[in-house]
Write a protein that binds this ligand. Sequence first.
Ligand SMILES: [Zn+2]
Length: 164
Amino acid sequence: MKPLTEQDIRTSFINCSKGEAKRLPMPRDLDERPWDDLDFLGWRDPGAPDRSYLVTEREGRPVGVTFRFPSSQRGFLHRSMCSLCLTTRPGGGVSLMTARKAGAAGREGNSVGVYMCTDLACSLYVRGKKVVDSGARFEESLTLEEQIARTTGNLAAFVDKLYV
Ligand SMILES: [Zn+2]
């Protein structure tokens, strides 16, 4: 994806208030992110471990989403496969994240959940630039390009749900 500036990121969020977007912690390593290998920019909130953020592109424009990890009594909810990049991580590493919907539906408290790599590095797993310790990506018959298209398609489908 095209490199993003802090300004791009702050103005991209669709599911939080302008005030919240202004206060969000920006990733400190924007200059060093491997943009060519990213389908979306994702980062965790160092000051609030139950929050994370991602910015992707929709119709050529950056679209940012804020997430929370809904904590169960036993901690974060885990499942073994990321629903975006389909990396399997039986030892943990995939968490349920919920995003408030955009607009009025979100203000009324509606949200959408997605099981996703907790480190938000899906783009790198798909490309083999980052490898998980336990578990693996299952044998793929798809080409890398097809896998990337599938991941971005899954993400786009999720983002679309936020607008419904
Ligand atoms: Zn993933």
